[in-house]
Ligand binder design. Structure first.
Ligand code: SF4
Ligand code: SF4
Length: 219
C-alpha cells in the first residue's frame, strides 16, 4: 500500500538493514493487543500469507474469504486483507486471552509491526513507525524481530511480488478498458490466491512458477 507521507512524519528518520538493531521489541506485547484491533482493511495478505494461513487453519483461500479475509482494492489492484470481526472489531485470529492464535503462521505485516518496508530501486530497508505502538520497547536485531526463516529467498520473493504489483498498478492506472482491468485483477487473484498452494511443498518454488507466468502476461 503506497503512503503519501514523509518519512520524517511517520518514522524515527532512520532506515535499517536486516542485521541492524532497532527499538522494536515490545516484550511479547504483554497485556496489549492494540494492533490486532480496529485495523479496517490495512493488514493486506500476500501470497505467502495465504500459504501460511492454509497451513494454520487447513482452510483454502475461498474458505478464508467466508470469515477471516475479504477482498479490497489497494492502489487499483484487488487484494485480500484480514477481516476484522463484527462483534469485537478485532482480528479473527485473536484468542480470548488477547494473544495471536496463529503466531507461528502470522502474516508478513504482523511480523513486521511496528516496522515497515521502504523500497528503493531494486531493494528495500526497514523503518520504525512512530506513534503506533506505545508499549515500552527495547532494541532487537531486525532479523530476529521479523522472525522469517530462509531470509534470502523471502527477500527475493518480496521484491519480485513488489515489482509485479507495481507493474500491475501502472497498467491499471493507465487502463480505460473496464473489462481489461477486471480481467487483470482476476488473473492476479486466480494465479496467486485462488489456485491452492501445496502446503507440504516449498512455497518459494510455487510462487516463482506463478510469477513467471504472470510476468509474461504483463509484458
Ligand atoms: S501495539 Fe505494540 S505492544 Fe500492542 S500488540 Fe501491537 S506491537 Fe504489541
Ligand atoms: S494474525 Fe495474529 S498478530 Fe496478526 S492481527 Fe491477527 S491476531 Fe494480531
Amino acid at each position: 500500500m503506497k503512503r503519501f507521507v514523509s518519512m520524517e512524519e511517520i518514522s524515527d528518520g532512520r532506515l535499517y538493514g536486516v542485521n541492524d538493531m532497532v527499538k522494536a521489541d515490545c516484550h511479547d506485547c504483554v497485556g496489549c493487543s492494540k494492533c490486532c484491533h480496529d485495523m479496517v482493511n490495512t493488514i493486506i495478505l500476500f501470497p505467502l500469507d495465504i500459504y501460511r494461513l492454509t497451513q494454520a487453519t487447513g482452510k483454502s483461500f475461498r474458505e478464508l474469504l467466508e470469515r477471516e479475509a475479504r477482498l479490497n482494492v489497494v492502489d487499483g489492484v484487488v487484494l485480500p486483507n484480514l477481516r476484522m470481526t463484527e462483534e469485537g472489531n478485532c482480528c479473527p485470529f485473536l484468542d480470548a486471552k488477547g494473544r495471536c492464535s496463529i503466531h507461528k503462521h502470522r502474516p508478513d505485516l504482523c511480523r513486521l509491526f511496528p516496522l515497515g518496508r521502504y523500497y528503493e530501486k531494486d531493494d528495500f530497508r526497514y523503518f520504525l513507525q512512530v506513534g503506533q505502538c506505545s508499549h515500552p520497547r527495547s532494541k532487537v536485531k531486525v532479523s530476529r524481530w521479523i522472525d522469517t526463516p530462509d531470509y534470502g529467498r523471502n527477500r527475493e520473493y518480496i521484491l519480485r511480488w513488489h515489482r509485479l504489483l507495481m507493474r500491475a498498478e501502472e497498467i491499471l492506472y493507465n487502463c480505460s478498458d473496464e473489462g481489461l482491468c477486471k480481467n487483470m485483477n482476476l488473473a492476479i487473484l486466480n494465479t496467486f490466491y485462488m489456485a491452492p498452494y501445496d502446503t507440504e511443498a516449498d512455497f518459494y518454488g510455487q510462487f516463482a512458477e506463478r510469477a513467471d507466468r504472470m510476468e509474461s502476461a504483463l509484458t
